[in-house]
Design a protein around this ligand. Structure first.
Ligand SMILES: C[S@@+](CC[C@H](N)C(=O)[O-])C[C@H]1O[C@@H](n2cnc3c(N)ncnc32)[C@H](O)[C@@H]1O
Length: 292
């Protein structure tokens, strides 16, 4: 097991790197904007400089010019490396806990009522980073619908960054990352590491098997048909421009079941941009349609 600790942030980019010139910065931000929807404004230059320098070192390249040339020549292959380097993956267990409280108190109970015939519930963590959000959903799901009730429940967890998806799949976290989880949940949902894994915990199998992790660029076609009962897309749309956000919200509206829920991040708002949603709680939106 390797550590899934993931707290890369703009603040951590310090140290001395070669200077990133305007031409290479423009090329990189254009490529990342076009392909991932991520807007890198002029204030992100230092961050890009540091992150790309790290990637250059991995590849043994000495200059930004050489790196940009490499991106041009290798096409999709290095596009993944570049995007992985430039995503911000900050996350934590039970971040914005009110969403998990709402999940237990009304989102899941309503989905159960609506889906009594199919006994099927689908949840999507879109932009799941290293997996904490998806595993929190799984912990709550497991409490509200114990396995013994034999519902078909699945969580799809996706991210554009293949590195964080690989970490998430392991389900291994250092102890300090789980300090916000109650003792009862910790004991029920995690196994403590032993031997060379002392200091780590691993998500227990009955929780982990509820989640499927996949690499997925939200800008691309989505291979799944839905409908989803609940979509978490938190702290992802902040990186996109308004047009991209609106397009994404319209697609979420289409893939959500009528009466389904969309949870977004604390600094995000879809007010006035998506007519198919109604604000029903703090950063919680219900898709118009069937009411219970
Ligand atoms: C700040 S993290 C949010 C993690 C989690 N949802 C939370 O709120 O704690 C944002 C995530 O969005 C992902 N992301 C950015 N652009 C994306 C895109 N075009 N498609 C899919 N994921 C994307 C990043 O890789 C990153 O892991």
């Amino acid at each position: 097991m390797s550590s899934a600790h993931n707290v890369r942030s703009s603040g951590s980019e310090t140290g001395s790197y070669p200077i990133l010139r305007e031409a290479e910065f423009d090329f990189i931000r254009h490529v990342v904007g076009e392909n991932a929807g991520i807007v890198l404004g002029p204030n992100k230059r230092q961050l890009v400089q540091g992150r790309v320098a790290r990637r250059m070192r991995e590849l043994g390249l000495a200059s930004y010019e050489a790196y940009c040339e490499h991106v041009r020549e290798s096409g999709p292959e290095e596009l993944v490396g570049l995007i992985n380097a430039l995503t911000t993956n900050v996350t934590s267990f039970f971040r914005e806990n009110h969403h998990f409280e709402a999940l237990a108190s009304y989102m899941l109970p309503e989905a159960i009522k609506r889906n009594l015939a199919s006994r099927r519930i689908r949840i999507w963590s879109a932009g799941c980073s290293s997996g904490e959000e998806a595993y929190c959903i799984a912990m709550v799901l497991n409490e509200v619908i114990p396995a013994s009730q034999r519902w078909d429940v699945k969580i799809l967890a996706t991210d554009i960054d293949s590195n964080v998806i690989a970490q998430a799949q392991q389900g291994v976290y250092p102890l300090d990352r789980v300090s916000t989880i109650s003792e009862t949940r910790l004991r029920r949902c995690f196994r403590r590491g032993a031997g060379d894994q002392i200091g780590n915990v691993r998500v227990r199998e009955d929780i982990a098997q509820l989640v499927t992790f996949r690499t997925l660029n939200l800008m691309h076609e989505w291979p799944m048909r839905g409908p989803f009962d609940i979509v978490f897309c938190r702290n992802v749309m902040i990186y996109f421009d308004q047009t991209t956000r609106e397009r994404l919200l319209s697609r979420f509206g289409q893939i959500l079941a009528p009466g389904g829920y969309l949870c977004i991040g604390h600094s995000e708002s879809i007010h006035g941009t998506a007519s198919s949603f109604k604000l029903v709680g703090k950063t919680i939106y219900r898709r118009n349609g069937e009411q219970l």
